[in-house]
Design a protein. Structure first.
Length: 292
């Protein structure tokens, strides 16, 4: 891999880049669709490498170009530069990275959302002798990438220059909003808080729906009410910059009212502590994956 600075002028048609997503699962496909739909000035094409036939059919239906892995390497080599997004399962990541590292030449930027794999480890799989030259952003999205509302966290390797950082940020912001982390270890914390976050909210929603049904609401009606409650809550946060969850909870909780009684019972059952312990368990698991 060349160590020259990668800084194509954004908006120059002659310098538009191919973006290749390796792994067409739920997250990989959401990323690819988000980038494609955003129509970024510097993106020439968006394609996906996915071996599973049924997934390939689904991806084609979304308007995405499907490539074999060797075709993807040829595309990037012919362009002389490009962005390679790694969205494969960690179990096969080493083999995939080795194969791509041997096939690629010229300049390319790496973006990895593979859980538990450090930038140092990924870089070494691409270039064992010059891993410090690999230009990589390690990022963690969540399920909302499918609707371009992901809460992304990102750590950029030291080799990434300012122009390259801005280019990659534009790419990540195509499917969400991105917070830049200065410490890579905080990626594990962000994974526990936001990457797994949708499951925490939906678990709470399940219990609310269940009570509604048990107390007489039709199932579909109970689900609609709970879903709209979450959608409306998100809208309130969106409309009031700086509003914290604590302030909003206090605003909703009238003294001696129904909400206060519910929160009192939840507190007596250690629901808040159970939630905190659950998030910390996710963090521990993320660190375990990083050490494997």
């Amino acid at each position: 891999m060349s160590s020259a600075t990668f800084s194509p002028p954004v908006g120059d048609v002659a310098s538009r880049l191919p973006v290749v997503v390796v792994g067409g699962g739920n997250m990989g496909s959401a990323i690819a669709v988000g980038v494609l739909s955003e129509e970024l000035d510097f993106v020439e094409s968006v394609s996906v490498v996915e071996p599973d036939p049924s997934r390939r059919t689904s991806l084609k239906a979304l308007g995405l170009e499907i490539l074999e892995q060797d075709q993807a390497a040829s595309l990037l080599n012919e362009a002389g530069c490009g962005v390679l997004v790694l969205a494969v399962k960690p179990q096969i990541a080493k083999e995939v990275c080795h194969q791509l590292g041997e096939s690629l030449s010229g300049e390319y930027l790496l973006a990895s959302c593979m859980a538990g794999l450090s930038s140092e480890r990924i870089s070494s799989w691409f270039d064992s002798e010059g891993s410090d030259r690999i230009k990589l952003v390690r990022f963690m999205p969540n399920l909302a990438a499918a609707v371009s509302q992901s809460a992304n966290s990102a750590f950029f390797s030291p080799a990434v220059g300012e122009d390259e950082l801005q280019l990659l940020l534009s790419l990540l912001n195509a499917f969400g909003r991105t917070e830049v982390l200065k410490d890579e270890e905080l990626i594990d914390v962000a994974t526990a808080v936001a990457g797994s976050g949708p499951a925490y909210f939906t678990l709470l929603m399940e219990q609310m729906v269940r009570v509604g049904i048990e107390e007489g609401l039709p199932e579909e009606l109970s689900q609609r009410l709970v879903k709209q409650t979450l959608i409306g809550l998100a809208g309130v946060f969106e409309s009031e910059e700086g509003l914290s969850p604590t302030i909003l909870r206090e605003r909703v909780t009238s003294p001696n009212g129904t909400t206060a009684r519910a929160l009192e019972v939840m507190g007596s059952r250690d629901v808040p502590e159970g939630l905190r312990q659950g998030v910390r368990a996710a963090l521990i698991r993320a660190k375990e994956l990083s050490a494997e």
